[in-house]
Design a protein around this ligand. Sequence first.
Ligand code: ATP
Ligand code: MG
Length: 420
Amino acid sequence: MLFSRFFAPTSKDTPADAQIASHRLMLRAGMISQTASGIYCWLPLAVRVLDKISRIICEEQDRIGAQRVYFTTIQPANLWIESGRYDSYGKEMLRLRDRKDGEFLYSPTNEEQATDVFRQYVQSYRGLPTMLYQIHWKFRDEIRPRFGVMRGREFLMKDGYSFDLNFEGAQRTYRDVFRSYVRTFQRMGLTPIPVQADSGAIGGNMSHEFQILAESGENTLYYDRKLLTASGDELSTIFAATDEKFDPQASPIPEKELMVSRGVEVGHIFYFGAKYSKSMNAFVLNDKGEKVFPEMGSYGVGVSRLVGAIIEASHDERGIIWPEPVAPFDVTLLNLHVKNERCCEMARKIYDAISSERDVLYDDRDITVGEKLADADLIGIPWQIIVGPKNLENGMVELKNRRTGEVVKTSPEAAIGRFA
Ligand code: ATP
Ligand code: MG
């Protein structure tokens, strides 16, 4: 991609109303454009990140047998009247009417619709277990949209819904999703803190939130320091709580092991038994021909919130520092002097050699060296290959690591070899 053609309207100005780093940096890097309170257009740089995040999610969902669908954003009110949530959902739900005066809504979540699709097609225990998920836009008319994409009104969510024949099956599914979420967030370069969000009593509801540490987070987390180095299944057994649930008098771990940090919720998983299958009369027949209401769970990831959360967890005073797996490009190639023929020739050669295998943003714009370097640090692509006339005289280019700031001089061939 040539930067001169790329729609990334970067800016030096610090937006006045943006309170947190991710909001400021996303505006300055030309990733989002606000159209109304809590409603944003996502520009090319940001879409690339959404796509990278989505791909990781899809791969991990695939591994646990979940299947991707698109439910609808516009839904008939009837589905929600059946489940009893049409009134209780309250003002967060955006309600609409069509030309025939039919009542509709813009989906804030899809338990009802998933249950409806399920009941239309699955009548036998042989169709279980099954899990469907989507990555789609949601609308919630939040009282206080804020912090840019972190608490928007329109936002992109991965939402999944599982159906099992009995409690044991539903438990297994819940554990599979739990593990898969840990992997999903770790693959994005994050350290997820799973926090028990409900009683966990047998037969009752189970729920975990996945939090990411960030000073700007809306939640306060109390957790055992072991969580920071734990892996896999261990994570579900180590103590963590949000301030709503935490009682310092009854802390299960000694004070010197207890960590307190701010956190951002990036995922939330629930087991809720037959709540929706019963209220919506979605049953199957078991192997004895008896009517059974499937045990369900739902599993959400805040895909658009993650873009902000990743930036909160990974930036410095100069800009964003993308973890490689979710970076909008793998490499940015900076041609410091676009009027210098040798620079252009060399930059072109490097670009042609690596762009077929890697996502490369080639900054071919006719702007000052200072602006070019500042934009590269702002946008935060993990690697920069810098082509300038002085180094070129010695047959060298520079390779800069955005995270460490380390710059090494290397031959163009070695730079190409690093990526191609
Ligand atoms: P919160 O407590 O932050 O409002 P929630 O419990 O309402 O979240 P869920 O209904 O579990 O959220 O939705 C699943 C995920 O969607 C959340 O974990 C979060 O990452 C994301 N999410 C929820 N509301 C928003 C929002 N207004 N803007 C962006 N992402 C959101
Ligand atoms: Mg909410």
